[in-house]
Design a protein around this ligand. Structure first.
Ligand code: NFK
Ligand code: ZN
Ligand code: ZN
Length: 208
């Protein structure tokens, strides 16, 4: 049986976050010495740090919250495709790829090279790709970038279009060692009530 591979960013205090967002921090707030029995940790983080999913509430006040999302979307067969050296990701960039009957599509762009710093720019998803992917059956779109929109976007049109077509978003994957092909994916959000996003532990296993 093929082994599960971790495709998540490590959550450590130096992890880069969206400019201006809450820094990640973990510390032991109550040590074994102090408590007499246990180490107890405390963490602070943004819901959009590292490998995470967006709930529609992130960009739409009337959108679903994390605890309302269907967990079945985040576990199951997934296709990984490689789309390097592009300035944006649209229908043209995916032309000729066999994406029939794919519920979960993961795009490896390799565009975020310097992982220790938040990128200056990324190849965004073109909003028009949403309708095309929905037609192919895609319900979850994952990628190795911190957003599906340009980093300076305020209208977040790719987020909105994907949501309009029922496509859920998984961001910040680490796909450096993942060859294109068919996999099983598990990237479950936490049961965060009312939340706009959630960190996930994303793992993948080669099918066949
Ligand atoms: N859309 C990005 C996050 C995002 O836009 C963001 C995250 C944290 C703090 C501010 C943000 N956007 C501000 O314009 C994402 O989906 O992760
Ligand atoms: Zn996000
Ligand atoms: Zn997003």
């Amino acid at each position: 049986m093929n082994k599960w591979m971790d495709i998540s960013q490590r959550l450590e205090n130096q992890i880069p976050v969206w400019p201006g967002d809450t820094p990640f921090s973990y510390k032991v707030s109550w040590s074994k010495e102090d408590s007499g029995s246990v180490n107890v940790g405390q963490m602070t983080m943004s819901t959009h740090t590292g490998t995470h999913i967006d709930a529609p509430f992130h960009f739409d006040n009337d959108g679903k919250r994390v605890n309302e999302l269907d967990i079945n979307l985040y576990i199951g067969p997934a296709l990984v495709i490689h789309v390097p050296n592009v300035t944006s990701i649209g229908v043209k960039e995916l032309a000729g790829m066999d994406i029939e009957n794919v519920t979960r599509l993961i795009i490896r762009t390799d565009a975020w090279q310097e992982r220790q710093v938040f990128p200056d720019s990324i190849p965004p998803i073109e909003p028009a790709l949403a309708a095309y992917l929905a037609e192919l059956g895609v319900r979850l779109l994952g990628l190795d970038l911190p957003s599906v929109d340009p980093l300076d976007s305020k209208d977040l049109s790719a987020h909105h279009e994907l949501n309009r077509y029922g496509i859920h978003i998984l961001e910040g994957l680490v796909l450096d060692d993942v060859a294109p092909g068919d996999y099983e994916l598990a990237a479950l959000p936490l049961p965060l009530v009312e939340a706009d996003g959630s960190p996930v532990r994303a793992v993948i296993r080669k099918l066949k």
